[in-house]
Design a binder for this molecule. Structure first.
Ligand code: L3W
Ligand code: SF4
Length: 428
């Protein structure tokens, strides 16, 4: 039986980003169908679909929509296209190949939730994707799909594209809202959650690009059909972004509960040069690392949680047995130290400390006791900060040290990197 493809079916089709191409494949049929339904019916279908957020946290989409207070207007929709999690590269392709699918998803979401203004906050570096999306929006306005009367219905909708300026933290939902309001991208304390107090102090739904792009299919085929593609509380397919030491890296659309080992060894053609897997980060760099003997696991949100990690944003980073895990962590820690917004002390001070200590160990300057010190630093950041970046920086450190402790200790006792690349004395 062939696998159902929702998002990637037309990737690579000539001119797939144009309105004509999208409509010729049945595009905007779901919007016509949806506009004939009461908004609550769409919310019910999305709840029944078991669609969970594809941006990182896997929160139930339909449930999030029901958090909007009943009597406060206006309400806003903000689509998070600030895709920046290391190892994650899917939303940019949705926008590139299927911008109208995203627009149709936005329109349905807005109809379902009585929203008349939506923003797409797109990562600043995605200049090409922003242009493609803007061109698609212009076509949609021209065709009467957006504007004062969506498809002739007494329902007004405007969609604005807002380009970020290259800060990872603006992908955190409340920092994104601050940035959209023209302020510095500092995360807000939660609660209140954006669904209650969001953009300009008004109730705001924030969903990831991939999440919203699934809505037309759900409206067209029904929530139950989407749920049936997945398992348990997680419906549908999802985009896995596979990078690292695999023969065929790329974006793979698979059922949400696809087996991680199968994805790597079969779909991605196994490891380059026939080497062995050493470690896999399954859900973007924030998610705890798995060892080679832990990867025969379902990628479903709750299954990966039970395995001690996260499905996150679907960024699968594969490392072979030539990888120095201290060096890999050093690179990850540098990223979080640079991207910390500096608002709260444990993260502002702790992330550069961790980076410096991992770097020291990596280069053979570590002292006995440093590995414990590193773990202690991470334990003092996790759960102590305003936003999830603190946890995101701490979790890789905790998991790398726990699972590859011997490798960290070897760097200290041998006073060099055992993998030879940058051994003590060579690069100092
Ligand atoms: C109303 C409640 N709303 C929760 C909403 C909340 C948010 C969603 C999930 O972090 C993770 C992080 C990264 N009333 C609510 C409520 N909500 N309770 O539900 O919330 P939360 O706090 O669980 O997560 P978060 O703060 O959104 C996201 C991880 O994702 N990550 C991803 C990064 C991804 C990118 C990218 O490139 N796409 O940057 C990767 O692992 O570490 O754990 O909307 O408002 N009672
Ligand atoms: Fe800023 Fe880090 Fe605090 Fe988040 S945890 S608010 S990124 S300092």
């Amino acid at each position: 039986m062939s696998e159902t493809l929702i998002l990637t079916r037309r990737w690579g089709t000539k001119d797939s980003a144009t309105l004509a191409s999208y409509k010729s494949a049945g595009g905007y049929g779901a919007l016509e169908k949806g506009l004939a339904l009461p908004p609550s019916a769409i919310v019910d279908e999305v709840k029944a679909s078991n669609l969970r957020g594809r941006g990182g946290a896997g929160f139930a989409t339909g449930l999030k929509w029901t958090f909007l207070p009943k009597d406060v207007r206006p309400r806003y929709l903000t689509v998070n296209a600030d895709e920046s999690e290391p190892g994650t590269f899917k939303d940019r392709y949705i926008i590139e190949h299927e911008p109208h699918m995203l627009i149709e998803g936005i329109a349905l979401t807005c109809w379902a939730n009585d929203i008349h203004t939506a923003y797409v906050y797109i990562r600043g570096e995605f200049a090409r994707q922003a242009r493609i999306l803007e061109a698609a929006l212009a076509e949609a306005y021209q065709a009467g799909i957006l504007g004062p009367k969506v498809l002739g219905k007494d329902f007004a909708l405007d969609i604005h594209v807002h380009r970020g300026a290259g800060a990872y933290i603006c992908g955190e939902e409340s920092a994104l809202l601050e940035s959209l309001e023209g302020k510095k991208g500092y995360p807000r304390l939660k609660p209140p959650f954006p669904a209650v107090v969001g953009l300009y102090g008004k109730p705001t739904i924030i969903n990831n690009v991939e999440t919203i792009a699934n809505i037309p299919w759900i409206v067209e085929h029904g929530g139950a059909a989407f749920a049936a593609l997945g398992v348990g509380k997680s419906g549908g397919t999802r985009l896995f972004c596979v990078s690292g030491h695999v023969n065929q890296p790329g974006v793979y659309e698979k059922p949400v509960h696809y087996n991680l080992k199968k994805l790597i060894m079969e779909d991605c053609g196994g490891i380059v040069g026939g080497r062995k897997v050493k470690a896999v980060i399954p859900g973007g760099s924030s998610s705890p690392v798995l060892t080679a003997d832990e990867i025969d696991v379902s990628c479903e949100f709750d299954a990966l949680k039970a395995a001690g990690t996260m499905a996150g944003s679907g960024g699968v980073i594969v490392m072979d047995d030539s990888t120095c895990m201290v060096r890999a962590l050093s690179r990850i820690s540098k990223f979080y130290a640079e991207e910390s917004c500096g608002q709260c002390t444990p993260c502002r001070e702790g992330t550069p400390w961790m980076e410096a200590l991992v770097h020291k160990i990596e280069h053979g300057h570590g002292q006995p006791g440093d590995v414990d010190k590193l773990a202690q630093m991470a334990n003092n950041i996790g759960g102590q900060t305003i936003c999830a970046l603190g946890d995101a920086a701490a979790m890789p450190v905790q998991s790398f040290v726990k699972k590859f402790r011997a490798e960290f200790e070897r760097h200290i006792t041998e006073r060099r990197c055992p993998f030879g690349d940058h051994a003590w004395g060579k690069t100092q």
